[in-house]
Design a protein around this ligand. Structure first.
Ligand SMILES: C[S@@+](CC[C@H](N)C(=O)[O-])C[C@H]1O[C@@H](n2cnc3c(N)ncnc32)[C@H](O)[C@@H]1O
Length: 358
């Protein structure tokens, strides 16, 4: 059993509800594994100052910059959409035609107060030559196309989030909270004061050439640290990202909690559990921190399927820690909370049984 360092937590699950904090130490032989479960909750002592400011980012237009050091998991911004449009069912899979986007966005735009209209019109956009002229000189559709994010069932314009630039190795992630009806931006790793805050506009498991192709619609060539690697390292990064993408989609069909019983199913499940740890290493090595909470879930469930409750508990707990900071009442947070509790109980029972057997 591996030794896990005890980690302290400084966030609040519910502002007025304090949850029992107990430290769980499980011992086997001379090694021990400790972690705190349920998590130790303390008051959130984040500074009151806004975590970011908007400034010029050389070569990228405006960008968002950290005003102080931000810890992993810090919430940078929560924003509700000023304009929200639904996904047209008849066009599933194909893009929204820009003339139609322009029409529906204008309809919503006219309902906004003047200050919000000005904020929308101030946003950067990328259009093909002659495109805005072909839309009766109405830029709203292309503003929307350049800046919108999804909102679960549709798309929304978030004028503050829209100032955040792209990187293929971002330091922030985003999340649409159904409960809050807001998009949340959070630090996926430590961000130093003055550092630019970046998110990804595209899936990051694509190789560099495909990423550049996808970014064409935003009108720029990405020069982030991942895209400008020297050729041998770039080839390695491309392979790693492809492998991560393949593994993520392969695991997506195997994430149930049925314990494998037949020898061949168990052999396969053991192989998968091993691959899940390799996936975690690849994601960490490639610096794709916003994929980590999902990978924690994969590692946890893959180890539960082979009855390795220690590893399953530690990774479920890690996944929970990742999600709870982002959305305390989110579906993923609650799932990982529930799984950690369940796995810890199984783990305790496993150790009790082993101790009794001597
Ligand atoms: C959603 S906006 C981001 C904020 C924008 N920089 C601004 O000034 O409002 C997207 C636009 O920002 C620019 N941009 C974002 N990320 C970039 C990057 N990594 N490199 C160059 N330009 C970038 C592109 O012009 C893109 O169309």
């Amino acid at each position: 059993m591996r030794r896990e360092d005890h980690r302290s937590h400084s966030f609040c699950l519910h502002p007025r509800r304090w949850i029992y904090a107990g430290r769980l130490v499980l011992r086997r032989d001379r090694s021990e594994t400790r972690f705190t479960w349920p998590i130790q909750l303390q008051k959130n002592h984040q500074p009151h100052q806004d975590p970011y400011t908007v400034e010029l980012s050389p070569g990228l237009g405006l960008g968002a910059f950290a005003t102080h050091d931000l810890a992993t998991g810090s919430i940078i911004l929560r924003e509700a959409p000023v304009i929200r449009i639904s996904r047209p069912s008849h066009l599933k899979g194909s893009g929204y035609p820009i003339a139609e986007v322009t029409r529906v966005v204008r309809e919503e735009y006219t309902k906004l107060p003047p200050a919000a209209q000005d904020e929308v019109l101030s946003l950067t956009y990328h259009a093909k030559p002659g495109e805005v002229a072909s839309l009766n000189n109405d830029p709203l559709g292309v503003i929307f196309r350049t800046n919108a994010y999804n909102t679960g069932d549709g798309f929304g314009l978030f004028p503050k989030i829209a100032r955040i630039n792209h990187s293929c190795r971002p330091n922030a992630g985003y999340y649409w909270s159904e409960a809050l009806q807001k998009r949340i931006i959070y630090a996926t790793r430590e961000i130093a004061e003055g550092e630019e805050i970046t998110v990804s506009y595209i899936p990051l498991t694509l190789p560099q050439s495909e990423r550049q192709h996808r970014l064409n619609r935003y009108g720029f060539t990405c020069t982030c640290s991942a895209c400008t690697l020297p050729p041998p390292s770039l080839a390695l990064s491309d392979t790693r990202r492809r492998d991560i993408g393949t593994a993520l989609s392969a695991f997506s069909t195997q994430l149930n909690l049925t314990i494998s019983s037949s020898p061949s199913a168990l052999r396969k499940a053991r192989k998968n559990a091993k691959s899940s740890l390799e996936l975690a290493k690849l994601v960490e090595g490639e610096g794709l921190a916003d994929y980590l909470p999902e990978v924690c879930r994969i590692v946890a469930i893959s180890h539960a399927r082979v009855g390795d409750w220690g590893t399953a508990s530690v990774w479920a707990n890690r996944g929970f820690e990742g999600w709870v900071r982002v959305d305390q009442r989110g579906r993923e947070t609650l799932e990982m909370f529930e799984l950690t509790g369940r796995f810890v109980e199984m783990w305790k029972e496993q150790i009790r049984n082993e101790t009794e057997r001597g």
